[in-house]
Design a binder for this molecule. Structure first.
Ligand SMILES: O=S(=O)(O)CCCN1CCN(CCO[C@@H]2O[C@H](CO)[C@@H](O)[C@H](O)[C@H]2O)CC1
Length: 480
């Protein structure tokens, strides 16, 4: 049974920021309008046969490209301090390269940002949330170090075009989903999977691209624009399946392979010890003359260290872990490199997503682990939310999920000294849930995908959230 059910703390500090999030490919639609170029998701969802459930596509999605003013009115109704959204690279740079800037694409984001600021809502902009120009994916995408400078070129265009109004930037959304799922298991990017090899090339290039973009902002834009640049890291809290030392060590190992793989280089400069050692050792045993995990040069270690003004955390759920029984050395994969096996017990509380089991205590444990491993790093929850499959307006389960998770998050701040400055609900709207299509609903607002109007309707959770943003209180009455 998941624990952390009791609501200890219920009230957030008055300056704590609450927001809501979406992502470009999941809500915008207008996939080929006003000069936008094709991206990997246009490509993947148009494959025949399609790998997407029900052959769903983001061709229209929530039609936020045309309905962004309505979206902002919903955000106003929610009373959020900020709105986290992402930029479609191929809407701004149709060829993927900075040889041609699509002014209509730039205008769309300019108008959205203007509308937000007119309603006193702070824009929090994710530069890359998984939609990659197909031209760059065709060149190997993030597995090719050619990607690094293409990304920095794109980031420079974003800072230049929007940086006067945008002060919060996120370079990448969920490196592990991009690299491990995208190139390791062929899920999110090109469907060509390269477990244990392509995914590490992706990690290595993504970290260097992030660092170069942060340095470029620091050198060329920070003085005049005075913003902050971070990154959003996702992963499960990894709970030892027993309190044996082997399980405790297995938990630490998997946390280092999921969170540490990205945050350790950004904070300390290089990969975590256990990641380096495990992959190097297994690569040698497998006959590789070079480790499958590339090495940073000393110069790159200096380049990457200290390249984040904050760390965003996307948290949803928890996994149990234990060491793997034996090591089949011919198994070239991330999972084998970790040396552990993780799972989610059947009996844990469900959601509308098989991978999302409800385990509120994990929220506190994860923040505590991050706070103690990366002292002095400012944290913000850039995604947390709950799915169902029917999009019901009477979404009491979503409210309960949010209350229990938020209380545990508040506990981490109150009792574990975690330095957290904001929280983001995923998502503002029901939207395109990647290869699950529209079958999983995460929105505070229901979207009617059968109507050409893509009608938005407030769920019960939207009314609850709009009270939370104003009272900072997660229950009806906080006068304890
Ligand atoms: O069981 S499997 O291993 O075969 C599938 C695991 C797939 N999950 C999907 C969710 N993702 C993190 C959350 O992903 C995030 O959260 C939202 C909800 O998913 C997305 O809509 C956002 O775009 C994304 O940022 C981690 C990987």
């Amino acid at each position: 049974k998941s624990y952390g059910e009791e609501l200890n703390t219920k009230k957030f500090p008055k300056d704590f920021m609450f927001g809501a999030a979406t992502a470009s490919y999941q809500v915008e639609g207008a996939w080929n309008e006003d000069g936008k170029g094709e991206n990997n998701w246009d490509h993947i969802t148009h494959l025949v046969p399609s790998p997407i459930l029900n052959n769903d596509t983001g061709d229209i999605a929530c039609d936020s490209y045309h309905k962004y003013k309505e979206d902002v009115s919903l955000l106003k109704e929610l009373g959020v301090d900020f709105y986290r959204f992402s930029l479609s690279w191929s809407r701004i740079l149709p060829s993927g390269f900075d040889n041609e800037v699509n002014q209509l694409g730039v205008e769309y984001y300019r108008n959205l940002i203007k509308e937000l600021r007119a309603h006193n809502i702070t824009p929090v902009v994710t530069i890359f949330h998984w939609d990659l120009p197909q031209t760059i994916q065709d060149l190997g995408g993030l597995q090719n170090d050619f990607f690094i400078d293409r990304y920095v070129d794109f980031a420079r265009v974003c800072f230049r075009e929007f940086g006067e109004e945008v002060k919060y930037w996120i370079t990448f959304n969920e490196p592990s989903s991009i690299c491990y799922l995208g190139y390791g298991r062929g899920w999110l990017m090109g469907l060509a999977s390269s477990p244990g090899i392509g995914e590490y090339l992706c990690d290595h290039n993504l970290l260097r691209a992030h660092a170069k973009a942060w340095r470029m902002y620091d050198d060329e834009f920070r003085k005049s624009q005075n913003g902050v640049v971070g990154i959003s890291i996702s992963g499960d809290w990894i709970e030892p399946s027993t309190d044996s030392s082997a399980d405790l060590e297995a938990s630490e190992t998997l946390l280092q392979f999921t969170f540490g793989l990205y945050i350790h280089p950004i904070v300390h400069g290089d990969y975590p010890e256990v990641v380096r050692t495990n992959v190097d050792k297994r690569s040698v045993l497998q006959g590789f003359s070079q480790s499958r995990l590339p090495r940073f040069t000393q110069e790159e270690v200096q380049l990457i260290r200290g390249t984040s003004d904050f760390i965003g955390i996307n948290m949803y759920t928890t996994s149990l872990v234990t060491p793997r029984g034996s090591d089949n050395i011919s198994d070239i994969s991330f999972e084998a490199d970790t040396g552990v096996t993780s799972w989610k017990p059947e009996e844990w509380e469900n959601s509308g997503s098989s991978w999302l089991k409800v385990y509120p205590k994990g929220a506190r444990q994860l923040l505590k682990w991050l706070g103690s491993n990366y002292k002095g790093v400012k944290l913000i929850i850039t995604e947390n939310g709950y799915s169902d499959n029917n999009g019901t307006l009477e979404d009491d389960k979503r409210i309960s999920y949010y209350q229990r998770y938020l209380s545990n998050i508040r506990d981490a701040m109150e009792f574990d000294g975690v330095d957290l400055f904001g929280y983001t609900a995923w998502s503002l709207l029901d939207n395109f849930e990647w290869i699950s299509g529209y079958s999983q609903k995460f929105g505070l607002y229901q979207v009617d995908f059968n109507s050409p109007n893509r009608t938005r309707t407030a769920k019960k959770s939207a009314k609850w959230y709009s009270k939370l943003t104003r009272t900072k209180c997660i229950v009806d009455d906080c006068t304890e």
